[in-house]
Design a protein around this ligand. Structure first.
Ligand code: THU
Length: 130
């Protein structure tokens, strides 16, 4: 199964009764395993989580921490990009060269690297005291 297929499939399980906007995400790790996530909204809106966040949580819970590729799928006119917070979460586990494939249900695709999506990402090195 391709990464986009995995993201498309898990999107069906999204809990998005408030926005009606279902999103699926999948990450492939350096070891080749695939982890998926969907958006999980909440009546208390700020408590909802993005699909990418769910996929990252599943990956870390399984003991993996190295993202090699990402796919995000939504039923939108144009491929959607991960939100700012999810770009930062992805950058925690993937380098600037990691490809992020953004796809629509109708098959439109855009691929960008994490570095393009989040230039000058804040990382652990920035935590060094001056
Ligand atoms: N959403 C994601 O899950 N991933 C994205 O990349 C962008 C937005 C979700 C959050 C919310 O549940 C819904 O899409 C509408 O914003």
């Amino acid at each position: 199964m391709t990464l986009v297929d995995a993201a498309t499939r898990v999107r069906d399980n999204a809990h998005a009764p408030y926005s009606g906007f279902r999103v699926g995400a999948a990450v492939r790790t350096a070891s080749g395993r695939i982890f998926v996530g969907c958006n999980v909204e909440n009546a208390a809106s700020p408590e909802g989580t993005c699909a990418e966040t769910g996929a990252i949580a599943a990956m870390v819970a399984a003991g993996e921490t190295e993202v090699a590729e990402v796919a995000v799928v939504a039923d939108a006119k144009v491929p959607i990009t991960p939100c700012g917070g999810c770009r930062q979460r992805l950058a925690e586990f993937g380098g600037a060269g990691v490809p992020v494939v953004m796809a629509t249900l109708k098959g439109a695709r855009v691929t960008m690297t994490l570095g393009e999506l989040l230039p000058l990402a804040f990382d652990a090195s920035h935590r060094a005291r001056g």
